[in-house]
Design a protein around this ligand. Structure first.
Ligand code: GTP
Ligand code: MG
Length: 704
């Protein structure tokens, strides 16, 4: 059983950065130096603690986040490894939303890369404290100062190197710690040889320390004064000043080393322990009332307050079942208790609780605010969900993930499999909250969406292997819509004489275009009882039904107003049905003469790209019928080699963008997108859509 840790003695960090910078190796190195494992693993041998999944072993890359921890003196450091690949960005985002700081890993040769840039922008927008780890200092051409300059020019931020390397490339043997003023060289057992600073480095080290002191002084007015008067700050004063600035995300400590050789890793752990803030108790946290999903509920984080936690990761093991990783926000997570899943509104039973080292469980007796606990075998709890004391029901919207950018339409190869698929996907979306699996009533397709082709392919592969179900994928259809461009009037009389009761209803309507996004407006201006009141709702119903299928290509009609201004009825033969039919037909005629057009969904796209490909990207956007809204460098003085382009592009042109972009830039670009608005299409493009739609209906007809 793990010893108990009070909130102030826990630190939680998430390791983030570009793919292959050595994040998972660093995770192992931290566990190794912290005495939790015997050896630092390698992706080639499938021995990394965090990449325990078969898929991660075979692809030699992380696809999920993983949790581990080390105990350093009286502090517990929770460490979360995250994947660098943009398809799995949801894993990194969720981890960052519950960590107190990020460890940003940067390659000592490649420096800042696309994903570094993207994650930095996210961290900056949330003001999350950061420590930089310049990894692979043992690699040929590794250069500490070059990378430090590279960081400064990219991010226009204050970096405080707290270590400098002892040798670089094949001579890299250790680091000098600028706070302790000692040299640290790792020994094979995970311990370190700590010695005085070598004489030949004295000058460099002194200068570097003066730099840090200057930065640290800014953390506190009293320190600035002392420093400006020419007095040196003590080790404690430097630490205090830095701690304040790091917590405010104004200064970013830099540590360097080699995770493969455990160099710099003890120093990194010390920096985390000393400078990363603990979870703040008595903090007010805003949530929402689960009963109406609107009203704000403010809770106060305290161990004695009612329990509340958010689930930031879910893993479902084929044999051991569901693992829900919870960040405790308030109160205590205790074994053998009943809690409310307020997001889904049902009670869950907590049995034993654990923390983890990769996929190994470690027993814990309770988990206090700020700390992480893992509950197993819960029923339906998933990532995003809030678990809480039912006496203070609250939903905490802490986990916010990016929108999907890539979709497949999916269909079971065998007819009978359809029912099973729904259940399988509900588990998959519980584990992968960036994945959506939904039936689209507008296009009549079931659509699987996520962050990229690789993410979706991994999921389809696992369904094939584990569930023996083959899914056929195709490009999803676009949910086009129809609207009108001018006003028109129309009339329809529905009259039928069949044996006994006849049918009779006549309506006169005016249709007019509405502003985009306004939907539908019904104006009833019947006077003098030309249509009896009780039939008017039937007219509106008929109009709404008629709008489900437009006149151009049977797409839903939007953004129109319809005024019912005249009509006639028959005492005996009129009925709701007659008026509904009259309304449907009148609408059809009205739409036909009101200049109908097709609308297509347009996406807002943000592309991060290496400057060398900027021209290609802009041309490509134009060829996709896109409109560039703005572009710029990702830093203020324009030194950054990475640009960001904002554009709107029709969804129809974005279906394969994640694949094309990768091919176009050799992987040196990523993008995000979300729905923006609907825009009209005409000419050849519209004709093609109508043609395709005809085929679609013909096929459906033939399949009946
Ligand atoms: N030379 C050298 N190689 C390293 C070092 N750290 C990691 N590597 C190697 O870099 C490669 C990628 O390492 P990983 O730890 O899987 O990288 P990652 O950042 O976790 O990658 P993703 O999970 O795909 O984002 C592996 O071959 C490692 O052995 C280091 O300090 N020096
Ligand atoms: Mg990894």
């Amino acid at each position: 059983m793990l010893k108990e840790y009070a909130t102030e003695n826990v630190r939680t960090v998430a390791i983030v950065g570009h793919g292959s910078t050595g994040k998972s190796t660093l995770f192992d190195a931290m566990l190794f130096v912290g005495g939790q494992i015997d050896k630092i693993g390698k992706p080639d041998d499938g021995t990394l603690t965090s990449d325990y999944d078969d898929e991660e072993k075979s692809r030699k890359m992380s696809i999920r986040s993983a949790l581990g921890f080390v105990e350093l003196d009286d502090t517990k450091i929770n460490i979360i490894d995250t994947p660098g690949m943009s398809d799995f960005v949801g894993e990194a985002r969720a981890a960052l939303q519950i960590a107190e700081a990020a460890i940003v890993v940067v390659d000592a040769v490649d420096g800042v890369q696309i994903e570094t840039e993207k994650v930095w922008r996210y961290l900056e927008s949330k003001k999350i404290p950061r420590i930089i780890f310049i990894n692979k200092m043992d690699k040929e051409r590794a250069n500490f100062n070059t990378i430090l300059e590279n960081l400064k020019s990219h991010f226009n931020a204050k970096f405080a190197p707290l270590c400098i390397p002892l040798g670089e490339a094949d001579k890299h043997s250790g680091v000098v710690d600028l706070i302790e003023m000692k040299a640290f060289v790792p020994k094979p057992d995970g311990k370190f040889q700590v010695s005085d600073v070598p004489a030949d480095l004295k000058k460099v080290v002194d200068d570097a320390r003066t730099n840090v002191m200057e930065l640290a002084a800014e953390g506190d007015d009293a320190l600035i004064e002392k420093y400006l008067e020419g007095e040196a700050l003590t080790e404690e004063e430097m630490a205090k000043g830095l701690k304040t600035l790091v917590a405010k995300a104004q200064v970013f400590p830099v540590v360097c080393g080699s995770s493969l050789k455990a160099i710099g890793v003890k120093n990194l752990l010390n920096v985390i322990k000393n400078y990363v803030p603990a979870w703040e108790l008595n903090k007010k946290i805003e949530g929402i009332n689960p009963n109406n999903k609107e009203e704000k509920v403010i809770i106060t984080s305290h161990p004695d307050a009612p329990f509340a936690a958010v689930v930031w990761k879910t893993y479902i093991d084929q044999y051991a079942g569901r693992f829900n990783y919870c960040k405790v926000i308030s109160g205590k997570l205790l074994p053998e208790t009943e809690v409310l899943n307020s997001t889904k509104n049902y009670k869950e039973r907590i049995n034993k609780i654990y923390t983890m080292i990769g996929n190994k469980t470690v027993d814990v007796s309770k988990v206090l605010p700020g700390d992480i606990g893992v509950a197993v075998k819960l029923d339906r709890t998933a990532t995003h969900d809030t678990l809480c004391d039912s006496k203070q029901a609250v939903i905490l919207p802490i986990i916010q993930l990016p929108h999907p950018v890539f979709s497949y339409a999916v269909q079971a190869a065998k007819k009978g499999d359809e029912d099973k698929i729904g259940q399988i996907f509900s588990r998959i979306t519980d584990e992968n909250p960036t994945i959506t699996y939904e039936f689209n009533p507008e296009t009549h397709q079931t659509v699987l969406s996520g962050m990229g082709e690789m993410q979706l392919d991994i999921i389809l592969k696992s369904i094939k292997e584990k569930n023996k179900i083959d899914l056929i994928t195709s490009e999803p259809r676009i949910a086009y819509r129809e609207t009108i461009t001018k006003k028109a009037e129309s009339q329809y009389k529905h009259k039928k004489q069949t044996g006994g009761h006849g049918q009779y209803g006549e309506v006169f309507i005016r249709v007019a275009p509405l502003e985009r996004g306004k939907g539908f407006e019904f104006i009833d201006s019947i006077v003098g009882g030309v249509i009896p009141r009780n039939f008017i709702p039937a007219v509106e119903k008929g109009l709404r039904e008629g709008m489900e299928r437009g006149v151009l290509a049977r797409y839903p009609v939007v953004d129109i107003s319809v005024e019912l201004y005249y009509g006639s009825y028959h005492d005996v033969d009129s009925s709701e049905m007659s008026f509904k039919i009259a309304a449907i037909q009148a609408l059809k005629k009205g739409l036909e003469s009101a200049g109908p057009i097709l609308l297509e969904p347009v996406m807002e796209v943000e592309i991060f790209v290496d400057k060398e490909y900027m021209g290609d990207i802009l041309n490509d956007i134009t060829s996709r019928r896109g409109r560039v809204l703005g572009m710029g460098s990702t830093d203020e003085d324009g030194n950054s080699p990475i640009s960001v382009v904002k554009a709107t592009v029709p969804l129809a042109e974005m279906l394969r963008y994640s694949i094309d972009l990768r091919a176009m830039t050799s992987g040196k670009a990523t993008f995000e997108m979300r729905f923006s608005h609907y825009d009209p299409i005409s000419g050849k493009i519209a004709e093609k859509v109508i043609e395709e739609r005809k085929k679609e209906f013909a096929e459906e007809e033939a399949n009946k």
